[in-house]
Design a protein around this ligand. Structure first.
Ligand code: HDE
Length: 711
């Protein structure tokens, strides 16, 4: 793919030249050239890459000699090249970028990163799936991790978030249980990277506080089209503080993509998991490499401490959103990713996040999930990377780090001097006051009894699950029904799927009945907890299309395939390709082979891919120019499948002239109409071209209705 697009990296890297983190990483980079000789790890030039020293007799290899230090070093080092994968979020990919503040939040915080609009703060972001192993597929149904490391002038600040604003549990104590239930079942170690199994749904039923979150995971949010097209949420409740002692505020963090929130359809996601397990990884890499930098608006929701009890939910409960009608999101900054990593292992795999990393002006709340996370992340880095994990290039701050640390496995910094303790006779490394920029802990008053308990509001588990369901559009609702239908179909214990259907009655009887049919459970007749009927904005994805957000809709970075064969119309091919590329789309030519294909007027075009090498799932849209090629293509099952599949996935399909006949033949359904003007204008297959323009239905059923209306 990359080759076809032509890389824009050179131009792009200049964007990072003035970036402090980029400069910091550069100091450790080396790029061997063909002139650099090969050496052993201890620096001695080697004379071979290939042959072990052996006791050879004459011209034949003999027994290998243990003595070969070069050979032993090479193999033994290789034996230890793997580090433990993350216990959750093992599969991920990352990129560097920048954060710019456009509105100061100095009314609520003293944090430089959130008050100084003249700064550009370097960031590193790692996106991930939760359940799968490091080699699992990108497009599985799962929650996505959205971890951001801000390299601020006052130290590192990590928001270790997800693409879903709530979580399965309210208290960190339960984390091993929810993760064990989702990971492969321990007896046979199946399934990989799937929640579709007995254990997961058994836990979800028995653990009612997970109800809200599983609805999000079963919605289209669980299968994003791209990491670049999903929201990020800090999930937990943090606090913002001011050095002048002003009122403390509770805060939730939001990242909203300017490209809009978009998802795959389930059939696409399933197929892509096999056809291109790196789909999201490549998508991010390609967009950045081509200079189409993914950008997110950064927002905060704040609640003054004095108002913390004003809501019918507990604001420290991570299974609840703060509805935007009550607490609007205030967008104050923008994050852009503009530099790919140079090396996956050192930069992405060794990146390590920690919720306890906050900078002056930002603090924690008593959210019991966050409190446990603050312990867990540091702890996990110790076993994954060792005690000196914060010295690794991707993890170290851009401001000075001066402390009494020495020693530990793989210590990197060489600290001179005899002092490694405080107090010391030289007054070396004194602590800082708040005025000098020292971290000031908020003097929270705590009068407490030692006990295991949450506030009464924590025990309400269904209200926001109903709010979420009620706020979905019809098409989103049908996707949730299908997702639950799929998941429960993979549970073979009737106790699991039958009980889950009864749980759905606590959200909506309509939902429960529709899922019961698919799952094979008795159809419920009575609602569980009555649905309150309320809705809220900011829950449906349709609230985050570029149009809904007042941002320009764009096809930039969308993948478009032009289908050709011998005899295609070159003028049309060139014109459409040129127009799409000019609008920023990534355009690929797909033909019967990668060897050149001839147009009707004699020009040769070498396709980027052939029909068997790629599939329609890897593209957002197709275009078929007119020409003699169509006659042949119409006889090829794979080509018909390409078009039919794209149509089934509700993708825009363009065609001109004879190309329209191919689309019609592949996609014609009873009652479906295709517009074809006299001059053979573009047909929008999931839309309808009428005198009024192109309609945009949300699925085939609606398209059929529109077609009937258009007649
Ligand atoms: Fe994590 N989580 N988590 N988590 N989490 C980890 O830390 C943990 C939770 C999230 O790209 C681990 O470095 C506990 C919520 C992301 O490197 C581990 C609890 C949210 C990542 C850990 C939670 C997250 C992790 C494993 C319950 C969304 C990947 C490897 C209290 C706000 C970060 C690691 C990356 C990773 C613990 C719950 C997001 C074990 C105990 C809620 C994005 O420390």
């Amino acid at each position: 793919m990359q080759k076809a697009l032509g890389r824009a990296t050179e131009a792009v890297t200049s964007a990072m030249e003035s970036n402090k983190k980029a400069a910091d990483m550069k100091s450790e980079m080396k790029e061997p050239t063909s002139k650099d000789p090969y050496t052993s790890d201890f620096g001695v030039k080697g004379i071979t890459h290939d042959t072990w020293l052996s006791a050879s007799t004459g011209d034949r290899t003999g027994p290998a000699l243990l003595e070969d230090g070069f050979g032993r070093e090479k193999i033994m080092r290789f034996d230890h090249e793997r580090i433990p994968e993350r216990v959750v979020h093992a599969r991920g990919t990352g990129a560097f970028g920048t954060f710019k503040l456009y509105e100061s939040a100095s009314d609520v915080t003293s944090a430089g990163v959130l008050t100084d609009t003249s700064r550009t703060t370097p960031v590193f972001v790692r996106f991930s799936t939760v359940l799968g192993s490091r080699g699992s597929a990108d497009t599985v149904r799962d929650v996505r991790g959205f971890a951001v490391k801000f390299y601020t002038e006052e130290g590192n600040w990590d928001i270790v978030g997800n693409d879903i604003p709530v979580f399965f549990i309210q208290d960190a104590f339960k984390f091993p249980d929810v993760i064990h239930s989702g990971k492969p079942e321990p007896d046979r170690e199946v399934p990989q990277a799937q929640s579709a199994h007995n254990n997961f749904w058994d836990f979800q039923f028995l653990h009612t506080e997970a109800t809200h979150m599983f609805m999000w995971a079963m919605s289209d949010r669980g299968i994003p089209r791209s990491y670049r097209m999903m929201q990020g949420f800090g999930v937990n409740t943090f606090t913002l503080t001011k050095n002048d002692g002003g009122e403390r505020h509770f805060v939730k963090f939001h990242f909203t993509p300017t490209l809009g929130v978009h998802s795959l359809v389930w059939d696409e996601a399933l197929k892509l998991a096999g056809q291109d397990p790196d789909f999201h990884r490549k998508d991010l890499y390609t967009a950045i490499d081509m200079g189409v930098y993914p950008t997110w608006k950064f927002g905060i929701q704040v609640i003054p401490e004095s108002k913390q009890d004003d809501f019918d939910f507990d604001i420290l409960d991570a299974t609840k959103v703060w509805p935007e009608e009550l607490i609007p999101v205030r967008y104050i900054g923008e994050m852009q990713l503009n530099k790919n990593v140079d090396e996956y292992f050192t930069q992405t795999e060794q990146s390590a996040f920690c919720t306890a990393h906050v900078v002056p002006g930002i603090g924690f709340s008593d959210d019991p999930l966050l409190q446990g996370r603050n312990f867990s992340y540091f702890d996990t880095q110790l076993s994954r990377l060792g005690v000196n994990w914060q010295e690794l290039p991707v993890n170290r701050p851009v401001c000075p780090v001066i402390n009494n640390n020495r020693d530990g496995a793989l210590r990197h910094t060489i600290t001179k001097g005899a002092i490694n303790y405080w107090p010391n006779r030289k007054s070396a490394i004194p602590p800082s006051s708040a005025e000098q920029g020292g971290y000031l802990d908020h003097p929270e008053k705590v009068v407490a009894r030692k006990q295991r308990l949450h506030s009464a509001k924590f025990s309400e588990h269904f209200s926001q699950a109903q709010l979420f369901w009620n706020s979905m559009s019809e098409v989103e609702k049908s996707h949730i029904i299908n997702a639950l239908g799929f998941e429960l179909d993979h549970c073979d214990d009737p106790l699991v799927y039958e009980r889950m259907v009864t749980r759905l009655c606590d959200i909506s009887l309509e939902l429960a009945q529709a899922v019961a049919e698919k799952a094979g459970a008795p159809t419920p007749e009575k609602t569980g907890k009555p649905n309150h009927g309320k809705t809220a904005k900011g829950l449906s994805q349709f609230d985050f299309t570029p149009e809904a957000m007042g941002l320009p809709a764009t096809i930039a970075s969308r993948m478009i395939a032009i289908i050709i064969g011998d005899g295609f119309n070159f003028a049309e091919y060139e014109a459409v390709k040129g127009a799409l590329s000019a609008a920023g789309a990534f355009v690929f030519t797909v033909g019967p082979k990668r060897q050149p294909v001839k147009s009707s007027t004699g020009q040769s075009v070498a396709p980027d891919h052939h029909f068997e090498g790629m599939r329609s799932t890897m593209f957002d849209s197709l275009y078929i120019p007119s020409g003699e090629h169509v006659k042949v293509l119409m006889k090829q099952g794979r080509v018909i499948h390409w078009v039919r599949e794209a149509f089934g996935h509700c993708k825009a399909i363009g065609a001109t002239g004879e190309g329209v006949s191919l689309v019609k033949m592949a996609c014609e359904l009873p009652g479906m109409l295709f517009s074809q003007g006299e001059s053979g204008e573009v047909v929008d297959c999931y839309g309808v071209v009428t005198a009024a323009g192109v309609g945009r239905p949300t699925g085939v059923t609606e398209a059929l209705k529109m077609v009937k209306g258009a007649k």
